[in-house]
Design a protein around this ligand. Structure first.
Ligand code: AHR
Length: 517
């Protein structure tokens, strides 16, 4: 059994988690909208066609903000197609996913669904095939109270009250050659600036995220962020980041190490943003919107080349990644990376919500169930609110090489010193509950974890759960939806200013402590 010790710095926090750190993403892609959140005629659907079983699982997952309508889809989207009488809405070819878009679901339906789910909407504007003019019109349609053609049109469509959408993304992955009308950093920086200016003239209360490059190993990474922020700095609050981690190389240890690259990625983007700020002699801090993150690789090739089956299908079952136990572990590591950067990552969106690389799966006409990755996310969202404490971790390490094929040239990232323990500690200032999120990346050995909690006094156990399965390839299915689910973690011992636990090999653990009165 490996011994690992942690000293929690109660007096020193990394930052406070923003509720928007626990967001997710709904794209018009495959069966995410149609057959996912929206399926008129489904036995659980309400009068709007919103699936009740999916909604119940979404409430349990507890995302706080939802990005919509894309993703790659948004770069060819005419928002006007998705509003007004449904029977008059046009059917269109969607070139992002080689599908047919019926437009039966659009921005107003999305806002209604968000209100029902108690989630803040986040809208992306099309800066691919459209530009500032379409962006300002969509904003006026959504947020202007009334008395203009577009705001009155919203009222005529049935939504008298303005939607009050606060958070907007200025396009999506605009450096990606797969994007409709991708751009150079200078082209995008100019268009985003002009769109942002007009949008804020209409509604000064909104917040804007400029596109970062679509991945850390893109040839554009770094220079893109720098140029885009040089242009947009005065007009935006956020720069976006996207990461999908993978196990293409079938190397589980390297896969579980890969969230550490997310840590590096975040720190690099912070450094670039702060260097732009310094060169502008400004004390403004650009925050990070990690608005796409997840594990994704098995179904990823569908994005390239042939993509989906020919024939422009409607809501085809694409990108329906089935997540395993080991995916949930890597995913949990990514959750810890986000929590431990709460000072600068203020927004994050798990990509995506239902069916498409998602924590929730459905059968069209049938049931909905939780994938393995559902559990770490739900725990992070519920228990990750508060002050993230600094932790000094003394853990044995291992060496890994992580393969990432994205971009022009496949890259191996050397990770010479990966601590077996990855951990985040969050204290809820209201309840005083301390939540420890702990990933044991050792595939063979248990970990004897010793956490010093100076100043905490005598801890009392609130709950202790673990996610593990002897078969790292185990998945949840329609018929066996709870094969991978949290179970009680029994081996927790408490002493004055101290907590000790034995963590199983390859396990995700959430231990919650309160103080004795
Ligand atoms: O989430 C799936 C796709 O991944 C999104 O549409 C795109 O932004 C990213 O490349």
């Amino acid at each position: 059994m490996r011994k690992v010790s942690v000293a929690l710095r109660h007096d020193a926090s990394i930052g406070e988690t923003d509720p928007r750190l626990f967001g997710a993403f709904v794209e018009h892609l495959g069966r995410c909208v149609y057959g996912g959140i929206y399926e008129p005629g489904h036995p659980t659907a309400d009068k709007h066609g919103f699936r009740g079983d999916v909604l119940a699982l979404v409430k349990e997952l507890a995302p706080t903000i939802m990005r919509y309508p894309g993703g790659n889809f948004v770069s060819g989207y005419d928002w006007e197609d998705g509003v007004g009488p449904v029977e008059k809405r046009p059917r269109r070819l969607d070139l992002a996913w080689m599908s047919t878009e019926s437009n039966a679901f659009g921005s107003n339906e999305f806002i209604d669904w968000c209100r029902l789910a108690n989630i803040e909407p986040m809208l992306a504007v099309n800066l691919g095939t459209r530009g500032g003019d379409a962006a300002r019109n969509l904003l006026e349609y959504c947020n202007h109270p009334g008395g203009t053609a577009l705001s009155d049109l919203r009222a005529k469509h049935g939504w008298k009250q303005p939607h009050g959408v606060k958070f907007w993304c200025l396009g999506n992955e605009m450096d990606g050659p797969w994007q409709m009308e991708s751009k150079t950093a200078t082209e995008y920086g100019r268009i985003a600036t002009e769109a942002a200016k007009m949008m804020k003239w209409i509604d000064p209360g909104i917040e804007l995220a400029a596109c970062g490059s679509s991945g850390r190993n893109m040839p554009t990474f770094g220079a893109w962020e720098d140029t885009v922020l040089q242009h947009t700095f005065d007009h935006v609050e956020y720069i976006s980041l996207h990461t999908y981690i993978n196990n293409y190389a079938a190397d589980t240890s390297a896969f579980l190490a890969s969230p550490d690259l997310m840590d590096g990625f975040i720190e690099e983007v912070v450094a670039i943003a702060d260097s732009v700020s310094a060169r502008k002699h400004s004390n403004k801090k650009i925050m990070l919107s990690f608005d796409e993150w997840n594990v994704w690789y098995r179904t990823r090739r569908q994005q390239d080349g042939g993509r989906v089956k020919p024939g422009w299908p409607e809501a085809p079952p694409i990108l329906e990644e089935i997540y395993s136990m080991e995916d949930a572990l890597a995913f949990g590591g990514a959750c810890i990376s986000l929590l431990n950067h709460a000072d600068r990552v203020k927004v994050a969106c798990l990509a995506q919500l239902v069916n498409v690389i998602a924590p929730i799966m459905t059968e069209t006409g049938g049931p909905a169930w939780r994938q393995t990755i559902f559990h770490p996310f739900a725990q992070m969202s519920r228990f990750g609110r508060g002050r993230v404490l600094r932790a000094e971790i003394d853990s044995p390490t291992y060496a890994a090489r992580y393969f990432d094929p994205r971009g022009a040239t496949p890259v191996y990232f050397p990770l010479p010193s990966v601590p077996f323990l990855k951990l985040a500690a969050v204290e809820d200032p209201q309840s005083g509950v301390l939540s420890l999120f702990a990933l044991n990346r050792n595939l063979e050995e248990s970990m004897s974890l010793d956490v010093a909690l100076p100043g905490f006094g005598q801890p009392v156990l609130d709950s202790a759960l673990q996610l593990r399965h002897k078969n790292l390839k185990a998945t949840n299915t329609r018929d066996k939806p709870n094969r991978v689910a949290p179970t009680a973690l029994k081996e927790v011992r408490l002493g004055s200013d101290r907590m000790q636990a034995s963590l199983a090999p390859a396990s995700w653990n959430v231990i919650r402590l309160t103080r004795s009165r």
